[in-house]
Design a binder for this molecule. Sequence first.
Ligand code: HEC
Length: 169
Amino acid sequence: MSKIPVLFGTVALAAGIGVGTALSQSDQPAAPAATVPAAPAPYVMTMGDMMNTLIQPRHAKLGLAGRARNWPLAQYALVELRQAFAGIVKAQPQFHGLPVGELVNAAVSQPLNAVDAAIGAQDPKQFAVAYDQLTRGCNACHAAVDHPFVVIKAPDSSAFPNQDFSPHK
Ligand code: HEC
């Protein structure tokens, strides 16, 4: 390691190139001094990351759109939320040995259908009831996976200052 010139060390090591070979090719142009590692490790999202970035904001947006009676936006948010769950189930089929797909099905499938029906009916009261069921489904799964302290609720207010949730006129 100590023999590797600083200039080449990072790139050659990160790329898994035989250092001796790389350095002996003196006819090659010198690598730029400041280099990013050639093959950075891809960041793998944890379940917590996916919940935090994919599920939580979409649950909130669905609630905000429904509360504003913006049915097309609520429908869109619902589809996005469903897709996010489907993607998570594929990306992480097991969490601490528990079957994520089955848990998601048990916890939120029926409430998501109820929300869908309420949006279709454009009924604010029906929406509020179904959205509450959905939120309780989130918490049921958190309890089942030993995270009862992650408590979801309907959003107090918008966390998205740059998005208008009111119906498009
Ligand atoms: C598989 C069942 C399951 C369902 C259904 C589920 N979650 Fe989660 N959620 C988890 C697990 C597991 C964790 C903990 C992940 C970890 O610690 O890596 C978690 C953690 C979270 C967190 C904490 C993430 C953080 O970094 O703060 C939030 C927020 C969250 N979930 C939101 C939701 C919302 C909103 C819903 C419903 C729309 C929902 N979850 C439905 C399994 C679920």
